[in-house]
Design a protein around this ligand. Structure first.
Ligand SMILES: Cc1cc2nc3c(=O)[nH]c(=O)nc-3n(C[C@H](O)[C@H](O)[C@H](O)COP(=O)(O)O)c2cc1C
Length: 164
């Protein structure tokens, strides 16, 4: 089985997860960063994206169009928590973009640090009594060092199980 681990990453979160997955898969997998990645010749593609306005980032969406006929495992990193079923909605939005003849073997999201933290700190400083902003800020502060070792281990186990 030939496996490609392809990913898009701006600030390094998705890259960390992609590298951990590649390490777990060993010699049977190749690791490549988008763009300029050709998936011809691979049966299985593990694709990592970062969430941009509720869906996968544009570079990853563009690459997804080429995954016709492949077995696919998707993973994404994102800043927001799962309040109101947000993660499920993101997964569903992204999955709609896959070519219809793909076989989706699994799809996971991982919380990660986000540039929104800086804006939230400012908002909180300006509105110290706003409990909604405080709650959101605490959540983002808690996740500023993610993906952490446990996330990477979860990602490795998830992909190995999805491909077994
Ligand atoms: C322009 C922009 C838009 C984003 N939109 C969302 C979003 O809609 N939902 C979310 O949970 N996180 C959002 N994020 C946070 C990123 O998805 C998160 O930080 C991700 O881990 C970045 O991945 P990278 O480090 O691999 O680039 C956004 C970040 C940026 C810069």
């Amino acid at each position: 089985m030939s496996i490609l681990v392809a990913y898009s990453s701006q600030t390094g979160n998705t890259e960390k997860v992609a590298k951990a997955i590649h390490e777990a898969l060993g010699e049977k997998a190749e690791l490549k960063k988008l763009p300029d990645v050709n998936c011809e010749g691979y049966d299985t593609v593990v694709l990592g994206y970062w969430v941009d306005k509720g869906t996968a980032n544009a570079e990853a969406l563009e690459f997804m169009k080429a995954l016709s006929g492949k077995q696919v495992v998707l993973f994404g990193t994102l800043g927001a928590g799962d309040a109101g079923g947000y993660h499920q909605r993101v997964r569903e939005t992204v999955e709609k973009e896959l070519p219809a003849d793909c076989t989706l073997l699994g799809h996971q999201l991982y919380r990660a640090s986000s540039m929104r933290l800086k804006a939230l700190r400012k908002q909180h400083a300006e509105n110290p009594d706003d409990m909604e902003i405080k709650k959101l800020l605490d959540d983002y502060e808690q996740n500023k060092h993610r993906p952490d070792a446990q996330d990477l281990k979860n990602a490795q186990e998830f992909v190995l199980a999805a491909l077994s």
